[in-house]
Structures are given as C-alpha cells and as structure tokens.
Design a protein around this ligand. Structure first.
Ligand code: NAD
Length: 450
C-alpha cells in the first residue's frame, strides 16, 4: 500500500521533481512474504578486535543461510552490513566504525540492513568502555538519518551470557519483517531461549490473546501471530461482534466479546482462559497483546474528566488489572509473553493528547516494572511504540497533521499495521526469551521523540 504522494514521488516525472526540490523521497519498503529468504543479498561482517559476538553471529548467518563476506569488494552491493562493536573499550577505538562502514555504506542495497552489535554500557569493565559503548548510539541514530532507499539501522546490545540468544532478533532485524523499524536500541539479556522446530511456524501450539483484534493494528497482529502458528483468541467490545468474527474465522481462531474496562473483565477473562479452552490447544495463555486503545483528543483546558478517564481506563489501568489477574495464578503460562502497545506520543508527548500520552507512557512503565517479576517465571514483557501507522485512526487525522506525521521520519512515509504486527511476533517468539524490558519504536525513525 502506498499513499498518493508516494505514488507521485516514485513515478518518472515525480522522481525528477522530488530530486530537484529536495522533497521527501519515500522509497517503497520491502515487506515479508512467507517462504521468502531472510536476506536478499550478501552480508558483509566485520568487527573491532577482541569482540565476543563473531562466532555466534557467524552461526546464525550460516543457519539462515547467508552469503557471508568478511572483506569488502569494490563494486559489490550488500544486503546487510553487520559490525561487532563489543571489542570497543576506549574512545579512540570508535574509529573502527569509520574504518568498516565508510568504504561500504554507499554500497548498501535498496532496503538494506545495518546492524551494530554492542554491550550494555552498565556492564562495562571501566569508565572508558562505558563511554565508548554509549557513544555507539549517536553513530547508529545518525546513520539511520543518512540511509536512503528504505534501508534501516539498529544497535543491538547483547548482555554477557546472552550470546547464544540472538538468533530471533537477528532474523527479525535482517529481514523485511522490520521494514519500518529503524534507529532503535535493542537489548538482549540472558533469558530462557527455546529455538523452534520450524522457524516458519515458531508459535505452533501456543495460545495468543489479542485485544482490540477486530480491525486496524489488532487485526494485523492476530493475522501475523496465526501465520506463525498460534491459536489466536481475539477480544473486542460486543459492538465489534461482526468484524471480530470475520477476523478470527479467517484465521481459525476464537473470539471473546468483552469490554476490558468492565469491573469484572479480569475475572471473566481469566475464567475464560482457564476453564473454557474451546478449540484452543490448552487452557491458559502463552502470549498476551494489549492492543486495544482509544483516543479522545482535546487540549488540556478543553478536556473533560470523562475524556481523561475513558482513555486511561482502556489504554492503561484495565491492562494493569488484567496483568495482575493473569499473574495471580498461572493463567499466563511459563515462558509467557506480555506485549504492550505504547506510542511515540508516550515518549515525546503530543499537543491535544495529555490523556493518551499519559496512558502510553504508563505502558512503558508497565514494561519496566514487570520485566523483573516476569523473569522469575521465565516470561518476558516488551512494548511496541508505533509512530504514524496507516489505519482508520490516522485516516481521521486532519490533512496537515497527517502529512506531517507521514513525512517527518527517515522513511518519509507512514508504516503499515503489519509492521507493528511483525515486531509483536518477534517479541512473542520462543527464541526471544532474552528480549525483555524493551520498548521498540515502529516509526521509520520518526523525528518525534528521537
Ligand atoms: P483502532 O481504533 O482501529 O482499533 C482499536 C480496537 O480496540 C478497536 O477494535 C476497538 O473496538 C478496540 N477497543 C477499544 N476499546 C475497547 C475496550 N474497552 N475493550 C475491548 N476492546 C476495545 O486503532 P488502531 O489504530 O488499530 O490502534 C491499535 C493500538 O495501536 C492502540 O492501542 C493505539 O493507541 C495504538 N497506536 C496506533 C497508532 C496509529 O498510527 N494507528 C500509533 C500509535 C499507537
């Protein structure tokens, strides 16, 4: 799907006009299709001396499989550039970044991938290493703003002891599944990692609850989790009965009509999950995606208490109450996944959205507060923070703000619901046990909250 400006900008005449006037240039993004290889071109791998990720990265790349090169060749274009920066322990060694990337950055293929692998600064052996590792963020975020033609860059911080838990993250970030994710800093810790029997159906045998599943981003999440093998229990308000049935019937899932803000919603939900497995593989739930959300936009002086309460109730407090109920017993199964849907408004704030941004910043708090507790049951919690995603919600935004939202990011275009869904599926993956406590923006590296 492309917007009208994007169609113009990629036409013969449009391309010349866009180039001559220096207008935003939204390159069509490559998106995943089942059966497609992770990488479409060779990968150039390098690293600073003394790095600890060369061997695990090599193992993942040979499993893909990938055409791996360790020395740049003139004239060759690369599908990905992967650099192990864990060996950088002093500021003067940061020049290794320049030495590796400078000769090849312009040889990156369309929709290419740049990955810099690093250590968490707080695990550094000394002050100099901490500073040098922290410095890497400025590098990757700037590269993201320089890259063209749909290419992306990420910084992945791999904790000591987590070296063998990087495969699901590398597969996601190198593939077309991460089309609209760029400029992110992702952390992998030493969690329980279970590589799937089949990387095409990693969620086989798992039950996934998706709230707000009848349309928009929630329907896309339901679809992608079902594609990956999960039995999807789609939840929405009773008024969405027909739309929800259409979605879950198409996916062979099941439906639950429930207003998550109702007083007894957590009890009803837990009861449904524990006692009425229906067509699902087992009672309880493996994956919970808190996607349901609403807006009631007004500047603070014009916002009444009802508009405040409604947004906080759907977007935050109902989710807290549901989490508490799921964790009180064993409804969320061992190695479970909780996934929140925040927003860049929850990071940057937004005029007219004090209620919404408060709720979405609260979702980030939910992630940081619950991550250590969930680790005790080898479960994880993360959130996506979408930027401008093409849905009914954003189609209703007035034209000027809509165009600004679409263009003010490194991709110069809006994302699609599937981009958020693919990120959720990576969090949900059984091999993502070390991925917890992350808030990953799906925003094409939006200028907001950068
Ligand atoms: P949407 O309005 O199309 O879908 C939201 C769904 O949630 C609807 O099906 C709705 O019926 C359901 N819902 C609302 N209140 C509910 C309740 N009380 N109980 C159960 N279900 C309820 O919205 P969308 O654009 O698909 O957004 C999905 C999520 O992504 C939301 O949390 C939203 O805040 C977030 N988000 C969207 C964007 C974007 O650009 N569209 C950007 C950032 C974040």
């Amino acid at each position: 799907m492309t917007d009208r400006y994007q169609r113009f900008a990629t036409s013969g005449l449009g391309r010349r006009v866009v180039h001559a006037l220096g207008l935003p240039n939204p390159h069509p993004l490559r998106r995943h299709r089942p059966g497609q290889p992770v990488l479409t071109g060779p990968v150039l791998v390098g690293g600073a001396p003394g790095g600890r990720l060369g061997e695990p990265v090599g193992a993942v790349l040979s499993a893909l499989p990938a055409d791996v090169h360790t020395a740049a060749e003139p004239g060759r274009r690369y599908g990905a550039l992967v650099f192990d920066a864990t060996g950088i322990t002093r500021g003067d060694q940061l020049r290794e970044l320049h030495a590796f990337f400078h000769p090849v950055i312009r040889a990156l293929a369309d929709c290419g991938r740049v990955l810099v692998l690093a250590s968490p600064p707080e695990q550094a052996g000394d002050t100099a290493e901490h500073i040098a590792q922290r410095a890497l963020e400025g590098f990757t975020r700037s590269v993201g703003k320089e890259l063209r033609r749909g290419a992306t860059v990420q910084l992945v911080r791999v904790a000591a002891g987590a070296e063998q838990g990087i495969e699901s993250t590398l597969r996601f970030l190198l593939s077309a599944k991460s089309a609209y994710v760029s400029g992110q800093v992702i952390r992998i810790g030493a969690g329980a990692v279970a590589p799937p029997d089949d990387w095409e159906r990693p969620l086989a045998g798992r039950v996934a609850l998706v709230t707000g599943a009848s349309r928009g981003i929630g329907a896309a999440i339901a679809e992608v989790l079902a594609r990956d093998g999960a039995h999807v229990l789609g939840l929405d308000v009773p008024a969405q009965r027909a739309e929800l049935s259409t979605v879950v019937n198409r996916l062979g899932g099941s439906a639950l009509l429930l207003d998550i803000t109702a007083e007894d919603a957590p009890r009803q939900l837990v009861d449904h999950l524990d006692n009425h497995a229906g067509g699902r593989p087992h009672p309880g739930v493996d994956i919970v995606v808190h996607n349901a959300g609403i807006t009631r936009d007004r500047t603070l002086g014009r916002l009444d208490a009802a508009g405040w309460d409604a947004v906080l109730a759907v977007n935050l407090t109902s989710q807290e109450r549901i989490n508490a109920a799921l964790l009180a017993g064993n409804t969320l199964r061992e190695r479970g996944r909780i996934i929140g849907v925040s927003s860049i408004a929850g990071i940057a704030g937004n005029a007219g959205q004090t209620n919404y941004a408060t709720s979405k910043a609260g979702v980030i708090g939910m992630v940081t507060a619950l991550a250590p507790r969930l680790a005790e049951r080898r479960a994880t919690i993360n959130a996506v923070a979408p930027g401008f995603i093409e849905t009914a919600m954003t189609a209703a935004v007035p034209l000027f703000f809509r165009e600004a939202g679409r263009r003010l990011n490194s991709m110069a275009q809006g994302g699609l619901p599937v981009d958020v869904a693919e990120t959720v599926a990576w969090f949900a993956h059984p091999a993502s046990g070390g991925v917890t406590g992350n808030v990953v923006r799906v925003c094409g590296q939006s200028l907001l909250g950068a």
